[in-house]
Unconditional design. Sequence first.
Length: 624
Amino acid sequence: MTQPPGQQPPQGGFGAPQEPPHGVPQPPQGPPQTPPPPQAPAAPPTPPPTQPGYGYPQQPGPYDKPQQPGPYGQQPQQPGPYGQQPGPYNQQPGPYNQQPGPYGQQPGPYGQQPQAGYGFPPQQPGAPVPPGPNGPGGGSPFKRKPAVIIGAAVAALLVIGGGVYFATSGGDGDDDKPVAKKSEQAAKPSGSASVDQGDGNGTGREEDDDLNSGRKDGEAKVLWLQKNDVDLPRNGATVYGPWIVGDTIVKGMYRTVSGYSVADGKQTWTLKLPADICSAPEQTTADGKIVIAIKNGTTDKADCSALQQIDLNTGKTGWKKEVKQSGLFDMMSDLSMAISGDTVTAGRTGTSNAYRVSDGKEVFGKRGGNCEPYAFAGGPKLIAAVNCRTDDFDNPQQEVEEIDPGTGKAKWTYKLPRGWEVDKVYSVSPLIVSLTKGDSDDKKWSVIALRENGSLRSKLSSDKDDKFAPECGGGFSIFGQQLQDCTGVAADANTFYMSTSDDSGGSARTNKVVAFNLNTGKTKWKADAPAEKTMKPLGMEGGNVLLYVEGGYSKGGGIATLSPAGGSPKMVLKHPDSTSEIERSFYNPKIRYADGRSFITSGRVSASNDKEELETKTMMAFGD
């Protein structure tokens, strides 16, 4: 299978991890191997976290931070809008980010052509790069030639493009099979924020009736178009969110968090922050609260360590805390944030902490043992990537854990084969995890499904010609990592759905969605996208796969559904052809669909001058 956009998948595809070479990652070749049979899980022990290999370096982009690409690099694009955390080795851009379509998000694990590297380039979608392993011991961020890694973060890196295939192998031997075991158990930003409730005029909102003048029968209306309303730094800024809370859609960017009416795009409130936003979870609590991370100062030496609670319904701030450093590399790591229930995590290379969103009370801190969680995925469950200390830095030992969000104790632990690292969590329930091995052009990639008790359910395998392109978001830092926020993947109880990379270029490009049986890991069916269009799973909707159908030249995109039995996609919201140029102009866009409305948000915003900055389009909404 192909690597997800933004990241290049490790060779060996889904299935047991395989060995990758050092250097710029290149797609593995050859047909996928049959994944080794799953082993029975062991009793839960203490899991060791490490972040997946440092992502593949992308070519330097103009933006300050590159996003973390999915396991597979995509075609060269500008860094994904999600400001994902690219690994030190920026991956090749994902296949999707060819045109500045709405999905120019961070490339998924199977990105193909090279993308721009660390600074995010202009506004063309870029693929995410897989994050490097972090954490103590084997997961140390500098485990492989630190000087080279650090230099890569400062200098432009050449990225070799290429798709990645899934290859599950059973040739690593029984000793290389993951096993579950019992886990062991495991401690104030300066300045204040100010809220502007807004006057309802919707600063930056485009109210041009001509947006719908060319609309045809059967096409949705353009509800509103939002232009940039934030004074940005020279290199632009990553956009966090959007989060939809009731009748408000919220996005964060630079030193501002703003809420807008989903119906007409009018700004309902704006929160000014004392420093840059540097990390944020994908989720909010049930009552619309969130905790984001901002830098603890405004100088170049400021760290990503200040937590700020915000009520997204009103824009009012609550508690704030400073996450203490614990380890030499914490100062260089953004926080891995996720929310599950009333718990928010803040993980990084040297430590991990969790707090109650409601009152800021610490739920758990550093364990102090041999294994430490360093990155998290939230939602209905709290999943942690764990790194364990080892003397062999080139052969890390990592684990996957389900953690009780109320106590921080591990419910179970799944031990990965040596050398394999957690890259992304495609789904929390059912649990589907992307793994990588190696940190260079011989990087290998594998996708596994785990049962409710943490035992191996299956290792995915695909046809040798299949290439995939999941696009994953997350703020970028050299050593920080976000495990979630991937587009191009979806799952129900027994099936995993993933989009392939584009199989042609220009106006004729198209792709497929491949369905995998989670009990066997084998392909169930493949569905073709509409002619001359591509489609990507966004999640599940009413038992069907929810898709974003990306438009082409003079063709609008839209929202569609796909039956879990396969077949052809069914459009539920067709975006007008007359605004297709605007729709495709969003840089690494993030797509949301709620209550019959679709929203496209740019993943990163930048401009060459003040006039262009004010004209840059940042959000667009469609509906009936």
